[in-house]
Design a protein around this ligand. Sequence first.
Ligand code: 9WN
Length: 434
Amino acid sequence: MTAALADAAAAVLRGNDLGHLTVASPDLYPHQWSWDTAFVAVGISRLSVPRAVAEMTSLLAAQWPSGMIPHIVFDRPSAYFPGPERWRSELAIDPPALRTSGICQPPVHSVALACILQEGRRRGGSDRRTAEDFVAATLPGWLAWHRWLAESRDPEGHGLVEIHHSWESGMDNSPRWDFPYSRVVPGEMERFTRTDTRHVGEVRQRPTDEEYRRYIWLVDQMVAVRYDEEAIRKTIDFHVADVFFSALLALAAEIIGELAEEFGHRDDADEMLAVAARFRAGVAAAVDPETGLATDRDLRSGRLLHSATLSGFAPLISGADADVLARQRELLLGPDWCGHRELRHAVPPSTSPAAPQFDRRRYWRGPQWPVMTWLFSWAARRQGGAELAGRLREEALRQLGDLSFAEYYDPMSGQALGSRNQSWTAAAALDWMA
Ligand code: 9WN
């Protein structure tokens, strides 16, 4: 079984490989996505360090002059909507060299750098040199990305990252965003046809049409100001401080800081470690003492966005004081989350089954996402929670035993949902198996 799972995962990644980049999934997402790339590179490094390096290199080639790493890179025609014709990145005031989307996703890239480096060193020889040369050569680009996030997305230094579209959070239709979206009221807009619903078994596994209208409305709003960050902040209808993104920036900046130190960039290291500390504090301050969960904030209304979603566990990603971590681990394994009595596998559901918004089949509103399980398990290991990491891994491998490598799973029935042969799911399996 074990060998079969690793072989099948490797076959998925080979099948989605275009040579220099891996598409996020064969039909539903036929392009390179930003945070998918990082997770995928972690898995690929277990097969080939040079190929993992190529994966990250191709993403970095799409970096905007500002430092932003865009959330999608369009390097071939496809029916994916919204494609480059709607995003129109070429209209940006300072446009990127490639056709891309005009927003970003959470910065998990330094996790991939650390994993590639570790694997290269474990293998030694040319793999070691490839990994070390790659990190040394591309460090300025990754530094620019984290710097851009810290400056442009938290200009007042609160230690929380602001986002302008829920696609930036990576958790598109999570209940986290129900309130801010209730305030997004699309006006006249160019017509569009969704293509995503063609590639899933049932329409209810994807966001609703109403949600999509809002998603595209926000894209049009950003194009209208030619992706000028200042103007977007003032005009966009969706403006939110994302606590999970912030936790990932805290983690990412800490790793980049460590790498900068190791590769002799002393000043950059100090700067990144200060960024990490700022966002770790921002996340810690966002924890609701009553529920023990971290909360997002709507920046248009100032309202705190309480939701029983995965983002509540942001401190498990960023790191926090021992008592906060202990309480969060207990909560995560408790009856409202992984320990819920109806769950087929004890891995974190995207929304708590005890929450009124829970919908076991709809995307980020309930299903379990193996890549999120991987992220929590990786972070747990780093934050001194080896036991939690081990439990998550074990349960996740049972879930992945169906060999569908689904994008997400129904937590109660264990049924595969969304895309099949999703690259990051296969990558998670490979890393766990190594
Ligand atoms: C929009 C690729 C991406 C993931 C996101 C996930 C989904 C896209 C979509 O797929 O979003 O970015 O078209 O639904 O929500 O986290 O990166 O796998």
